[in-house]
Write a protein that binds this ligand. Structure first.
Ligand code: CA
Length: 249
């Protein structure tokens, strides 16, 4: 079956359980999570190393991936990076205490969120549901809720919400979903300061429970794409202790 049709068939089955691909190499975690997530109504498949994760991702097109950072054969970071080349599937990275430096990298390679071991089942499930809510369904993507939005042109940047394309000084740049949304909100409110809370609320949802480092990482990535000199930004201005403002005109 062609990929599109398979996805459409999946989206139309409204009541089908959310399929989670659990990528984890520690048996004790696998056991606890399989039982715990099934109890919450998720359908769980398990991959025990990075290579198997990619294989199973291709085959089963999961709705969400829980991805351990330290894995045999291929690290969680590399798995995430590879998946992001072709897919916007929600990814929650699972790190252990002491790997905190890697959490920033995890977000940079495109993870939607991360949790640190040991975590409480309730916290994990809350984050999974939040990430799933923020992800538009295939159906919504197809009907294109954003199609009526007119392109925005400002400060040498052009955003086309209908095609989710972005151009900087005439050249197309590739923005990830969250980066695009963040830039769109900033540009729509050009000249106004948007607080960190407002930005997190609008882009990640009011139920976002992760930490605010996520916003900074996304701003940093955006600047590297849109600013002529990311070190002295002139388009996305930091308002210390408050938030950010778009200054193009
Ligand atoms: Ca591990």
């Amino acid at each position: 079956m062609p990929k599109d049709k398979k996805k459409a068939a999946k989206a139309s089955k409204k009541d089908s359980p959310v399929h989670v691909l659990l990528v984890e190499d520690e048996e004790s975690f696998i056991e606890a999570l399989t039982v715990g997530l099934a109890r919450e109504g998720f359908e769980v498949s398990v991959a025990r190393d990075g290579a198997e994760a990619l294989e199973m991702f291709e085959e089963s097109e999961p709705d969400l991936i829980l991805l351990d950072l330290m894995l045999p054969k291929m690290s969680g970071l590399d798995v995430c990076r590879t998946i992001r080349n072709t897919s916007d599937v929600p990814v929650i990275m699972v790190t252990a205490k002491g790997e905190e430096i890697d959490t920033v990298v995890a977000l940079e390679v495109g993870a939607d969120d991360y949790v640190t071991k040991p975590y409480r089942m309730r916290e994990l499930v809350a984050r999974m549901r939040a990430v799933l809510r923020r992800t538009p369904s295939e159906e919504k993507k197809k009907t294109g809720i954003d199609h009526e939005n007119a392109p925005t042109d400002l400060g040498n940047i052009r955003l086309e919400p209908s095609t989710r394309r972005a151009y900087v000084r005439g050249d197309e740049v590739h923005l990830r979903r969250k980066e695009f949304e963040l830039l769109q909100i900033l540009m729509e409110n050009a000249g106004r300061v948007l607080t960190r809370d407002v930005l997190i609320d609008r882009v990640w949802g009011s139920d976002y429970v992760g930490d605010t480092k996520t916003l900074d990482v996304h701003i940093k990535r955006l600047r590297s794409q849109v600013e002529e000199d990311p070190k002295t930004p002139t388009l996305i201005t930091t308002i210390r202790g408050v938030g950010y403002r778009f200054d193009g005109n």
